[in-house]
Ligand binder design. Structure first.
Ligand code: NAD
Length: 256
C-alpha cells in the first residue's frame, strides 16, 4: 500500500470510528469483483446491450424481446454471482454497529446475501418477479424462464422483474430512507458509483450539504470526487475495503 493511500485509510477509519450514523451508498462498481460488469464504461453492459430494452414503454409493448435481454443479463449472469470482500466488510461493519444503513443502486441482492439487514434498494431487486395484472410476487427461481415472456402461474398476467426500468419512478420507501440518511449521517461512504444516474446521484451532495463527511472508493474519479469527496480511496472496492477493515477493526477479518 502506498503511503498516501495508507494515510487516507487511517483518516477514513478514524472518521468511521467517531461517526454516530454512517451510510454506505453503493453503485455497480462494488459488484464488479463479484463478476458483474457495470452498465457504463468500456467493459460496461451498455457496450453490448441496447439500454432501450430496459425502458418500461419498450417492455410493455414488446415484452418478449425485452425479456430475452433481461434473461441474459440478469438471470443467466447475475444469478451466479456471490458477495465479494467489499460486501462482506460492510456486513461486518453493520454487525459491529459501525454501519447504520445501505442505500444501494444495485439490484443484485449481494448486500443481503453478505448479511446486511438495513438495505434500501433505490432501483428494486432482480430476484423477485411481480405480476402486472394481479400484483403477486414470485422468487425468480420459482418461475420457468424457458418460455418468454414468463406468465403469472395464477392469472397468466405478464411477469416483470421487480427492478426499476428506465421511465419508472423510484419506490417511496428507499427514497424516504435515502433522504433521511442524507439528513442524519455523519459519514457517507460512496462505493463504485459514477454519480451519473438520476435521481440517486442527488443523495450524496445532499448529505454533504447537511454536514456529512464523504469517503469515496472507486478506481476512477467520479462525478463526486472533485465536487464533494473529502477522502478519496482510489482502488477496487474489495481491495480497499479489506485494507480499511484491517485498520477499522482491531483484528483482520478471516479470509474466505
Ligand atoms: P455505473 O455503471 O454508472 O458506474 C460504475 C462505477 O463503478 C464507475 O464509477 C467505475 O469506475 C466503478 N468501478 C469499476 N470497477 C470497480 C471496482 N472494482 N470497485 C469499485 N468501483 C468500481 O454504476 P452506477 O453509477 O451504479 O449506475 C448504474 C445503474 O445500473 C445502477 O444504478 C444500477 O441500477 C444498475 N446496475 C446494477 C448492477 C448491479 O446490480 N450489480 C450492475 C450494473 C448496473
Amino acid at each position: 500500500m502506498n503511503n498516501t493511500l495508507k494515510k487516507s485509510i487511517q483518516e477514513a477509519a478514524s472518521l468511521l470510528q467517531k461517526s454516530r450514523f454512517t451510510t454506505a451508498f453503493t453503485g455497480a462498481g462494488i459488484s464488479v469483483e463479484s463478476g458483474i460488469p457495470p452498465f457504463r464504461g468500456e467493459e460496461g453492459l451498455w457496450s453490448k446491450y441496447d439500454p432501450r430494452y430496459l425502458e418500461i414503454s419498450f417492455f410493455l409493448s414488446r415484452p418478449e424481446e425485452s425479456w430475452q435481454v433481461i434473461k441474459q443479463i440478469f438471470y443467466d449472469f447475475f444469478g451466479k454471482a456471490a458477495p465479494n470482500r467489499a460486501h462482506l466488510v460492510l456486513a461486518e461493519m453493520e454487525r459491529r454497529g459501525m454501519l447504520h444503513r445501505i442505500i444501494t443502486q444495485n439490484i443484485d441482492n449481494l448486500h443481503q446475501e453478505a448479511g446486511n439487514t438495513r438495505v434500501y434498494e433505490f432501483h428494486g431487486n432482480s430476484m423477485k418477479l411481480v405480476c402486472l395484472a394481479c400484483s403477486r410476487e414470485f422468487p425468480y427461481g420459482k418461475i420457468n424462464l424457458d418460455h418468454l415472456p414468463p406468465r403469472c402461474p395464477d392469472c397468466q398476467g405478464l411477469l416483470k422483474p421487480d427492478f426499476i426500468f428506465f421511465g419508472e419512478a423510484i419506490p417511496q420507501e428507499p427514497l424516504a430512507a435515502a433522504y433521511d440518511a442524507a439528513d442524519k449521517s455523519d459519514v457517507f461512504l460512496i462505493i463504485g458509483s459514477t454519480g451519473e444516474v438520476m435521481p440517486a446521484n442527488q443523495i450524496p451532495p445532499l448529505a454533504k450539504q447537511n454536514g456529512a463527511k464523504i469517503i469515496e472508493i472507486n478506481p476512477e474519479e467520479s462525478n463526486y470526487t472533485r465536487r464533494i469527496t473529502d477522502i478519496f480511496l482510489q482502488g477496487k472496492a474489495g481491495e480497499v475495503m479489506s485494507m480499511l477493515a484491517e485498520t477499522l477493526f482491531s483484528t483482520p477479518l478471516d479470509d474466505n
